[in-house]
Design a protein around this ligand. Sequence first.
Ligand code: NAD
Length: 334
Amino acid sequence: QLGDKNAEEQLETRVAELRHQIEEANYQYYVNDNPVLTDAEYDQLMLELQRIERENPELQTPDSPTQRVGAGPIQDVPQHVHPVPMLSLANARSEKELQDWQRRAQNILPNATFSYVCELKIDGLAMALTYEKGRLVTGASRGDGLVGEDWTPNVRTIRTVAHKLRGKHVPSKVEVRGEIYMPIKSFEQLNEEMSDTRLFANPRNAAAGSLRQKDSRITATRNLSFFGYQIGYVNGMRINSHWETLQLLKEWGFPVNPHVQLAHNLDEVMAFCNKWEKERFNLPYEIDGVVIKINDLAHQEELGSVARDPRWAIAFKYPPIQVATKLLDIRVNV
Ligand code: NAD
């Protein structure tokens, strides 16, 4: 009995410790764009917390970092309330975890035949771009998923973000989502120009730090780019599949990553993941995995989300060799 009590207390202490460390890492990563841990170290803490909470449901709380997206917006930047929450993505690190994800979705929709869209997981920051009558009116970051930061003037400086939608079918209002990223070359050049104490740890942090500037003229000098990959909501238009979404985004004038594939089973999905695990080092930007999305939007709607992740998508994550080495290099150099 006494032993049980001790073990319980130890577990509670560990949970509190993990939550504190993760909150602190989130703050440094999402608010200051200056990570204190490598992604591998961070993921390790998160996996441990998720495991303890799964095995001990009485320790779960709604404010645990396992239940929340990112971090809240900073004080002195205008806030943008997302009409449709911007969620995170659950992770799979092996074929078995991918199959488990597929099985969970199939159990909810036993009669559905799924196809999957495989996309590269660009390592940047998620943006929601709102267009009214075809014109860009807001560019907002994800923040905590419910409220983001409004960075419109800075987003307007990014050359690949459309100011005006093209094409025949321009809706009265639409929110386009995608990733703002910095190409590896631009990241390296930027770090050469920065003083040693202000180096960015990786292109993802360089992109976030460059976008989140008080002075848009600074953002304009950073070579940021954009890939569109989602529609948050759209007025008066019926879209049936994610594949169709990607075609529409192209028609409206957004860059859509060309390395996408429509897969009809998990073997095809795995082949795509394996191919890009090797070939990712030839890309001019960093990716940290592949995002797999169930193609049919009616299926997506029926599957919905759990805590902070949609059930209809998953990120197949690569081991973060590259990121960890870069961060260590920088630590050694400083
Ligand atoms: P995530 O990065 O694992 O996945 C969600 C994000 O993927 C989306 O918000 C979007 O920005 C991005 N994405 C890229 N390409 C996409 C595509 N084609 N389709 C859809 N989304 C796409 O989740 P997260 O919640 O943003 O961040 C968690 C991860 O961030 C951790 O696993 C860790 O790697 C890193 N992190 C690190 C630290 C640290 O201290 N090093 C701290 C916090 C978070």
